[in-house]
Design a protein around this ligand. Sequence first.
Ligand SMILES: [Zn+2]
Length: 349
Amino acid sequence: MTARIRGAVSRQESEHKSERIRRAQLQAAQAGKWLGGAPPFGWRVQADGSATLNRAEAREVRKASEAILAGASLGSIVADLNRRGVTTSTGRPWNYTSLRQVLERPRNAGLSMLRGEVVGKSTWPAIVSESTWRGVCAVLRDPSRKRSTSNRVRHLLAGIATCGAEGCGLPLKSASVTTSRPGTYRTVYRCPATGPGHVARDADALEAHVVGVLLGVLSKPENAPALAGEDAATSPEALRLEAVALRAQMGEAADMYAETKITGAQLAKINARLQERLDDAEAAMARTARGSALAWFAGRDPVKVWKSLSIDRKRDVVREVMTVRVLPSGRRGKVYDPDLVRIEPRGQQ
Ligand SMILES: [Zn+2]
C-alpha cells in the first residue's frame, strides 16, 4: 500500500511539474521569449533569450516573402539561395520544406506562437509586415498553386496571341500535334477557327521570339521600370504587395467560413476591415504610376526576374506590355519567320 501511495504521489508530483513547465512555456511564449533550440534563420539570440536581427538572413526572408507574393515559385527561390551559397541556420542547403517552414513562421511578423497557435506579440524584431506574412501563408496554402506546378500545363501565349487572318483576331489556343517522327509531339498555337488563311505556329519558336523581344525591351536602361522611391511604404511595389496580401487574407477568411471555423457575422466583419484597407491600397496604387506586374522588374536583372516568375505571372507581364498577332504564312511547314509575327506595345489608356 505504501508503495502504491508513493507511486501515486510521485505521479501526482510529475504531473504537477509538467503542468508547471507547460504554464511557464505558455507565459514565456506570451512574453515572446525564445524557448530554446537552434537560433532561427533571420535572428541572433542573446543569452537572456532576447533577439536581434541577423541582417543578411532577415533580408533573405524578406526577399523570399516578397518573391512569393509576386508569383515566384518556391523552387526558383530554393535554387537561387543554393546557387548563392546561402545555407539554413544549421548550415544545410535549402529545400522546399525548409524554405516553406521559414516563410510561414509567425515570428517573421513579430508574432509569438506556441504549439501552432499565435499567442501574442513577440518581443523579437519583425522581419516582414503582418499582412505580408499572412499573404505568404495563404499563397503557400492555396491548393491551385500545387496544381499549377504539377499536372496543369499552361502555355505562355495561349489566349494572348491572336490570329492575324483578315477579319479574324481570335485568341490562339495551344494544341499538341504529332511530328514527322512517330510517337513525338510538339506544341503549336493555332486559331480555333480552322480553315484556309487562319494561323498555326510552332509554340517554342513563337515563345522564344516574344520573350526575346520582351527581355530586350526591359534590358534597355531607358525602358527599365522605375525604381521604388525612398518612401518604401507607398512605392508601387509595396502597395501591390499589400493588396495581394489583403486579397489572400480575404480568401483565407472565406475558406474558414466555408469550413465553419468562423460565423457569417465574423466573416463580414473581417471582410469589411480588409476591404477598407484594400480600397486604400488600390486608390494609392492608382495614384502612383505603374502599380503593375512590371514593378517587380524595377532595379533587377530582367532575365533573372523572368526566370523566377510562375507561368501565370509571366502571362500577366506579356499581357500588360504587348500584343502579339500571328500573320498567316503562305505555305505550311516552313521555317519560323519572325516577320510574320506583329509584336506591338499595348496601347496606353
Ligand atoms: Zn483565325
